[in-house]
Design a protein. Structure first.
Length: 140
């Protein structure tokens, strides 16, 4: 009986997942996006590429005597991946854990970020972690 009650939900999920995202321009030349094609206006289907790595690049300044500085927390998946990458590649780094170090948390909050890790190489900053992103800021 429970299986039968799930069928409408499964159908709804599948139909929504396959409908896609549409882009159209209204009579006031304003661009709109939605999961349903408007009946009265011409719309194009938009291809969406999902970025699974949370990274951005910024040339912010941080004063440090170390080559690589990483701000982490106790449970961040990408914090762990970044530190493992550093260790596997013999990259020396200084870690500041924002959950265990009040001064580190204060500096992190001043950056206005909500994602860890935050990695600095000199004046270059990487928010999140990917090997490609790190190589871009680590290459001298």
């Amino acid at each position: 009986m429970k299986f039968i009650s799930l069928i409408p939900l499964i159908f709804l999920f599948i139909s929504t997942a396959h409908s896609g995202v549409y882009k159209w321009v209204d009579q006031n030349n304003e661009i709109h996006y939605g999961d349903k094609r408007p009946k009265e206006l011409e719309a194009e289907k938009v291809k969406i590429k999902v970025n699974t790595e949370a990274s951005d690049y910024d040339n912010s300044t941080i004063e440090t005597e170390h080559d690589v500085v990483i701000y982490t927390n106790n449970h961040g998946r990408y914090c762990k991946i970044a530190k493992e990458y550093f260790e596997q590649n013999n990259i020396a780094y200084t870690e500041y854990n924002i959950e265990n170090d009040a001064d580190a948390k204060k500096r992190y909050d001043e950056m206005g970020l909500t994602i860890v890790p935050v990695i600095f190489v000199g004046e270059k900053r990487l928010v999140g972690f990917s090997v490609g992103g790190f190589k871009k800021i680590y290459t001298k």
